[in-house]
Write a protein that binds this ligand. Sequence first.
Ligand code: 4AZ
Length: 366
Amino acid sequence: MSTDVGSAGHSRTAAPVSRPVRVSGQHGVLQVFTAAVWRTMCSEDWKGHHANVACGQLGFPSYVSSDTLRVDLLEEQFQGDFVSINHLLSDDKVTALHHAVYMREECASGRVVTLKCTACGLRTGYSARIVGGNMSSLAQWPWQASLQFQGYHLCGGSIITPLWIVTAAHCVYDLYLPKSWTIQVGLVSLLDSPAPSYLVEKIIYHSKYKPKRLGNDIALMKLAVPLTFNEMTQPICLPNSEENFPDGKMCWTSGWGSTEEGGDASPVLNHAAVPLISNKICNHRDVYGGIISPSMVCAGYLKGGVDSCQGDSGGPLVCQERRLWKLVGATSFGIGCADVNKPGVYTRITSFLDWIHEQLERDLKT
Ligand code: 4AZ
């Protein structure tokens, strides 16, 4: 962390999708892909069993909460097409939601289903008064993990479930040795062990990641034993599908990376507030000149001075949306750190939701 100064398109229809269930928009409404269109689930005949099936299809063992929401409170893009559960099917016949629905023009109840598959994104143990400079306090970024190779901090990561950490592919691609990695969570200082240290069971990096090319810089690490959550250790929420984080929105990045370009890793966890920058501006010829793809998101200041840096890679870029903190990016690259016209570049998590759900679901089935 260097701190010397203080759009996704709307897709209603799509080509055949690999994952026919998604949780969408600011409210997290459940949608099912049937007959070539994403359709929002009406609340009629909706039961806990169906919520468990939906979360299972997204790679989560069960659901956490499911509520209903008035149709007129939905974003317009989710108000066009609906489905409801086929109530003639018994529970044991409903193993995949997209095979258990009727198409509907409207919801008879006037309400749709919202769904949460994990409890996440709350920081219960933090009160804002103790922040000195940019050093973080314990419980301020409870989803932050330190990924250590042979005992040395190399990269950051973000806890998304008791077993899974999101990080950058470039952190693990050349060091694809699960046994050589350990993960520390719930700590600020890397020096005052004994913070709990966790072994890694497997590493999955994106199959389209290529070193030297900068795209698809995302990976998952699965822990050998599940984390126990407390005030210091909490998962971050994944964003919902089609969820937009507006340009200029103030978000936060954190890590043990160097506090100046070319410096050593920091012994303490630092954080910085960084506004999101549009891909259009970030691709300007004076900035990154066209190398920023839609699956990347830039954040920081064109005037420089505040940025993530070496050793922060893989770590979180988080934004707060009505109480909840969400993982918007994974720290990926930049030219230098905090230089003028060279903001930080992050892997855009909304572009990789399907990939993440696919890995979690595949693992759940094995
Ligand atoms: C790195 O080398 C790195 N300024 C991470 C982030 C940034 C630059 C370098 C962004 O890990």
